[in-house]
Design a protein around this ligand. Structure first.
Ligand SMILES: [Zn+2]
Length: 120
């Protein structure tokens, strides 16, 4: 007879609404990115971004908002070293990087880490 009615009521009382609520309560979701060295994903703001600019130069993007192709690393020395060893940064940015580039980037990366520590 009215099985359709009772079915709809059941759906409304189900988990669907509860799930929806938790999403709203946490507000907007942070975009997640993953580290090119270890693959761990984290909120975008907690990873260090490297960006390839229009001129093809690679830089540590402290603002996280620079235009261009980006690659992310955890704010950890180990991840930078791993990315260097396995050429993960150059692969992610589709740009060859030599040891001099890595040396320069490591300097920028270290400065960024030092700033993060100061903030914490
Ligand atoms: Zn990592």
């Amino acid at each position: 007879m009215n099985t359709r009615e009772s079915k709809r009521a059941g759906m409304r009382a189900g988990t669907e609404t509860a799930e929806h609520k938790t999403v709203c309560k946490t507000g907007h979701r942070f975009p997640e990115r993953s580290c090119v060295a270890c693959g761990a994903s984290d909120a975008k703001g907690r990873l260090v971004r490297f960006v390839r600019g229009k001129d093809g130069s690679i830089a540590c993007d402290a603002s996280g908002r620079a235009r261009g192709r980006g690659a992310y690393l955890c704010a950890r020395e180990e991840c930078f070293r791993a990315a260097e060893k396995r050429s993960r940064l150059s692969a992610a940015l589709k740009c060859p990087l030599d040891s001099e580039d890595y040396q320069r980037l490591h300097g920028e990366f270290s400065a960024f880490l030092a700033r993060l520590e100061q903030k914490a």
